[in-house]
Write a new protein. Structure first.
Length: 240
């Protein structure tokens, strides 16, 4: 709209200037100038139209790209990404032995593949293999990426199963700090706090888990239990 208004104003100015000149056949310069300016205006209009057309085409082309969600495994090269995607499918189908072999193959191709170490650790926990293999996998993932929340959560699961609740709390807290919107991490943190009788912190974490996953009745019941224990503990402390 601004460009059109400018063009209209310029055209009006040329009309006014042309009207001021005497109407004589001998005075040709104003007419020639007007024709030149008119040609310039037409060329300017064409340029503006081309710009608008280019802008419109660019917006149309870029819009679908903004809506495409890239697969997290596409950051790896085609061959490695294919192996990891196949391993992911096998994990989803519960075929852990096949997935394990694929992940080891992926690590042989890229020893710094964080995702492969992370998933190996999860597999070892899922199949009940000794915690040493799981822990080694998570530790390796964390050496490569300290902000790998699933590996911190996995470490917490190992410590919790071994009865090392303070270590579990430390690991769960790191996972929560990295990914605050994951209900499983919040719930695990709350359960660990329950084990060491820190009911206030347990209630806070479990209520957060319940708000993130409103469909979980377990989270609601645990949060209610933690709140009740926190009130009882507070009353007992005041009496003593």
């Amino acid at each position: 709209m601004l460009e059109i208004a400018i063009l209209v104003c310029l055209a009006a100015m040329f009309v006014i200037l042309a009207a001021r000149f005497p109407k004589t056949k001998d005075f040709v310069a104003p007419i020639q100038n007007y024709q030149k300016e008119k040609q310039t205006l037409e060329e300017a209009r064409k340029i503006l139209d081309l710009r608008h057309e280019h802008k419109s085409n660019t917006e149309t082309t870029e819009l679908p790209e903004d809506n495409v969600l890239a697969d997290e495994l596409d950051r790896y090269d085609k061959e490695l990404g294919g192996i990891l995607k196949l391993a992911r499918d096998k994990i989803a189908d519960g075929k852990y032995s096949t997935a394990e072999k694929l992940l080891i193959d992926a690590i042989c191709k890229d020893s710094k593949c964080v995702w492969a170490y992370e998933k190996l650790g999860e597999i070892y926990l899922a199949i009940g293999k000794n915690f040493t293999d799981a822990q080694e996998s998570f530790v390796m993932a964390l050496k490569l990426d300290r902000r790998n929340a699933p590996s911190w959560y996995g470490m917490g699961q190992i410590y919790f199963s071994q009865g090392h609740f303070n270590k579990a709390i430390s690991s769960y807290q790191k996972a929560v700090n990295i990914s605050r919107t994951t209900p499983e991490y919040q719930a695990a943190l709350g359960k660990a706090y329950l084990e060491v009788r820190q009911y206030g912190k347990a209630a806070k974490a479990l209520k957060r888990a319940s708000s993130l996953d409103i469909s979980s009745q377990d989270y609601k019941e645990l949060a209610s239990f933690a709140e009740d224990k926190h009130r009882e503990h507070s009353r007992a402390s005041k009496l003593s």
